[in-house]
Design a protein around this ligand. Structure first.
Ligand code: SAH
Ligand code: SF4
Ligand code: F3S
Length: 471
C-alpha cells in the first residue's frame, strides 16, 4: 500500500490504477463525475466499467428523493462484497461516497457503512487526490464536506482530458438560494454561485477544439446566472449564451434547469434571435395550484407561469417545453391536483418529469400537516403521467413528415445505424455511415416509437470535414 511519503516522492508517472464511478441524480452529478475522473487522472487512475477491477470506486449520489438516497446504501452493500473478494486476492479497494448524500449525511455514512473510506461533498471533490492519499496512508476514513472558500473550479485540471464528447455539459452556476420548502438542494449544494464568463468561455473553447459540437450549460437555477464579467459587472445567462455562440465549431447551445422567476425578457428574446440556441426549454412548474405553489415557496402563481411560457412561445413558436411536477405535496387536495392536471393539459409539454412528493428530513415541508397517503400520491402520479405521455407522443407525431437537423452522437442499436438528437432533444435513429458521428445532417422524419424517432438522411447530403475552432 502507498503511504503519504512514497506518494510525495513518487516519480512523475504514478502507477497505473483503475477507477470506477457510478453516477446517480442530475446532469450536474454527471458533469462532476467527469471532473472527478479528470482530477484523479494525473494520479494514474484510468476509468473502468467493472467495479471488480477498480482500486478506487466512487459512488456519486443524489439526495433529492428518498428512493434516490436509499440507492447509495444498497450499492454500498454490493461494494462491500467486491472489496472483500478483492482483499482475499491481496488487492485493496478504496470506496468513496461523493455527491449530495455525502454532503447531507457524511458522518452518518461513515458510522453506518464501515466499508466507506472517503466521504466527499460536491464542493470539495477537487481535493480527491489528497483525500485518496490520506485514506490509503492512514487506513482511516476521511470526510470532506465543508464548503471551502476557494472555488473547486480553480483547483481542477483543465478540461477535457478524456475522450471526445460531441455533446458536453458545462456547469456555469451551482447551488441555490431559493429554498423551496420540499427541496434539499440549498443544503447539499450550498449557496448560489456563478462561474466567471472567462473561465466558461475557456472551457467551451477547449471542448470545441477537442471535437465538441453541442454544449449544455448546467445550473440548479441556470437562468439566475450572474457571473462577474471582465469589468467586474455581472453577465446574464443570455449574454453568456451570445458569447458562446461566437465559438466557431459549437453549433448548438442548450441550458438547464431554469426557474420561472428568472426567465427574463433578454433570455426569452434570445430564443427568437439566436440560431444556435436550440428550441427547447425545461421550466418546472411543480403544481398548478396557487395554494400549493405558495406552500412550496415557489414565489410565483400558476397564471404567472403560463404567462412566461406564452411569451417564450411568442418568441419561438416551435419551442419544445419540458417541465417537472410534484404530486402529493402536503395539504394537496383533489381540487389542487386537478389544477395541476389542467395546467399540464393546457401547456402541452413535449417532455415532462413527474414525482410523488418525498419528505426530506430538515426541509420545512417534511414537518407540515396534511401529508398525503402514498396510495393517493400514486394515483395522482398515474393520472398526470397519462396526460403528459399523451402530449409527448403528440409532439413527437407532429414532427413526422418534417425535415429536422440531427446532431449524430453515437452508433445506433442496430449495425449500420447511427443515433443523434433533433433540435427538440428527441432521440433520432437513421441508417447512416459512422463518419457522420459528430456531424449535423438534415433528416426526414418517418416514424415515432415510444422513446425515439426514425428517419432517413436527406438525399444529396454531403459530408464535410469538421470545422476546427480557433483556440
Ligand atoms: N432547480 C430546479 C429543480 C431542481 S430538483 C427548479 O427549481 O425547478 C429537480 C426536481 O425534483 C424538482 O423540479 C422537483 O420537481 C423534484 N423534487 C425536488 N425535491 C423533491 C421532493 N422532496 N419530492 C419530490 N420531488 C422533488
Ligand atoms: Fe430546489 Fe427550489 Fe432551488 Fe430548485 S429552486 S433547486 S426546487 S430549492
Ligand atoms: Fe440530486 Fe444533488 Fe442533483 S440532490 S438532483 S444530485 S443536485
Amino acid at each position: 500500500m502507498l503511504n503519504k511519503r512514497s506518494l510525495a516522492q513518487a516519480p512523475q508517472r504514478p502507477l497505473p490504477k483503475k477507477l470506477h464511478i457510478k453516477t446517480f441524480g442530475c446532469q450536474m452529478n454527471a458533469y462532476d463525475s467527469e471532473r472527478m475522473a479528470e482530477a484523479l487522472e494525473p494520479q494514474g487512475y484510468a476509468l473502468t466499467e467493472d467495479p471488480a477491477e477498480a482500486d478506487l470506486v466512487i459512488l456519486n449520489t443524489c439526495h433529492i428523493r428518498e428512493k434516490a438516497a436509499e440507492k447509495v446504501y444498497s450499492e454500498l452493500g454490493r461494494m462491500r462484497l467486491v472489496k472483500e473478494s478483492r482483499r482475499s486476492e491481496g488487492r485493496d479497494t478504496l470506496i468513496a461516497v461523493a455527491g449530495c448524500v455525502a454532503q447531507a449525511e457524511g458522518a452518518e455514512i461513515m458510522a453506518r457503512a464501515r466499508v466507506v473510506d472517503i466521504v466527499v461533498g460536491p464542493q470539495s471533490y477537487h481535493r480527491l487526490p489528497d483525500l485518496v492519499a490520506e485514506a490509503s496512508a492512514t487506513g482511516r476514513g476521511v470526510v470532506a464536506t465543508d464548503f471551502p472558500a476557494e472555488a473547486k473550479f480553480a483547483h481542477l485540471p483543465e478540461r477535457p482530458r478524456g475522450k471526445v464528447q460531441i455533446s458536453a455539459f458545462v456547469t456555469v452556476q451551482e447551488g441555490c438560494d431559493k429554498f423551496c420548502t420540499f427541496c434539499v438542494v440549498p443544503y447539499t449544494r450550498g449557496a448560489e454561485f456563478s462561474r466567471a464568463p472567462s473561465e466558461i468561455v475557456a472551457e467551451v473553447e477547449r471542448l470545441a477544439g477537442h471535437g465538441t459540437r453541442e454544449i449544455t450549460l448546467l445550473g440548479q437555477n441556470v437562468n439566475a446566472y450572474h457571473g462577474a464579467g471582465p469589468d467586474g459587472r455581472p453577465w446574464t445567462l443570455a449574454r453568456l449564451l451570445r458569447r458562446l455562440a461566437e465559438v466557431p465549431s459549437i453549433e448548438r447551445l442548450r441550458y438547464t434547469t431554469s426557474h420561472p422567476l428568472d426567465m427574463d425578457e433578454e433570455l426569452i428574446r434570445l430564443h427568437g434571435d439566436a440560431p444556435k440556441l436550440m428550441p427547447y426549454l425545461h421550466l418546472p412548474f411543480q403544481s398548478g395550484s396557487d395554494r400549493m405553489l405558495k406552500a412550496m415557496n415557489r414565489k410565483h402563481t400558476a397564471p404567472e407561469y403560463e404567462a412566461v411560457i406564452g411569451r417564450v412561445r411568442e418568441a419561438r413558436p416551435d419551442i419544445a417545453l419540458s417541465t417537472d411536477i410534484i404530486v402529493g405535496f402536503p395539504g394537496e387536495t383533489d381540487k389542487d391536483f386537478e389544477a395541476t392536471l389542467a395546467l399540464a393539459a393546457r401547456a402541452r409539454f413535449a417532455q415532462a418529469f413527474s414525482f410523488m412528493y418525498s419528505a426530506r428530513a430538515g426541509t420545512p415541508a417534511a414537518s407540515l400537516d396534511g401529508q398525503v397517503p402514498e396510495e393517493v400520491k400514486r394515483q395522482r402520479l398515474h393520472a398526470v403521467q397519462s396526460v403528459l405521455d399523451g402530449d409527448r407522443h403528440a409532439f413527437d407525431r407532429a414532427t413526422v413528415g418534417r425535415r429536422l437537423k440531427v446532431l449524430f452522437e453515437r452508433q445506433g442499436r442496430k449495425p449500420g445505424q447511427i443515433a443523434g438528437r433533433s433540435p427538440y432533444l428527441q432521440a433520432v435513429h437513421v441508417e447512416g455511415p459512422e463518419k457522420l458521428i459528430g456531424q449535423i445532417a438534415a433528416v426526414d422524419i418517418l416514424a415515432t416509437s415510444p422513446n425515439s424517432l426514425t428517419g432517413v438522411i436527406k438525399s444529396g447530403f454531403e459530408w464535410r470535414e469538421p470545422v476546427q475552432a480557433a483556440v
